[in-house]
Design a protein. Structure first.
Length: 185
């Protein structure tokens, strides 16, 4: 059963307002389902949008932020829990410990770093949590193509591109949460 969802996403909102709408919708979906949102703890970008939307709808939000990012990402106030850690490694480890599933929304290299570590850990059998990619307009297709290419070139198993599942929209995520028992109540 999914009681907590780990969100990786941008510390910026991007050029397309649809990304912020998606982040807000994700936060609202978590609140409606009673699923705790676990994320990077910042108030900027898509991560702040998702956290505030979840809280505004009565949801539970846990943030984990490294001390060195306290000034650039500026910690979101009003969270249920805010953990300040010393390193990015500690951040990712705690995020994983506190979550039952992982979702990535559009972001930059920090989002990719977090996502790739989760994919690596899943490939190595360190966890078996579902990993979903949500972005609309084929945002994650280049990544899926790269993973398929790596497998086809013999540098990874042929199923490498199946470690994360792309989802087209929040309705698809809602269905996945239902399939995996995603009602935190």
């Amino acid at each position: 059963m999914i009681r907590s969802l780990l969100l990786f996403c941008g510390s910026r909102t991007g050029h397309d307002p649809a990304h912020a709408e998606l982040a807000a919708g994700l936060g609202q979906l978590c609140a409606a389902r009673g699923i705790t949102l676990v994320y990077g703890g910042g108030r900027v970008g898509l991560m702040g949008v998702a956290a505030r939307a979840c809280k505004a709808d009565g949801g539970r939000v846990i943030g984990i932020i490294p001390r060195l990012l306290m000034t650039t990402e500026v910690a979101q106030d009003g969270l249920d829990e805010l953990h300040v850690v010393e390193t990015l490694h500690e951040r990712k480890a705690l995020m994983h410990r506190l979550s039952d599933a992982i979702i990535a929304l559009p972001g930059s290299i920090g989002t990719l770093d977090e996502l790739f570590e989760s994919l690596t850990w899943r490939e190595l059998g360190i966890h078996d949590k579902p990993i979903w990619l949500l972005g609309g307009q084929g945002y994650w297709q280049p990544l899926a193509d790269l993973l398929a290419h790596i497998g086809a070139a013999g540098f990874g198993p042929p199923h490498l591109d199946s470690l994360a599942e792309p989802l087209d929209n929040l309705a698809a995520l809602s269905e996945k949460l239902m399939e995996t028992g995603g009602s935190g109540h």
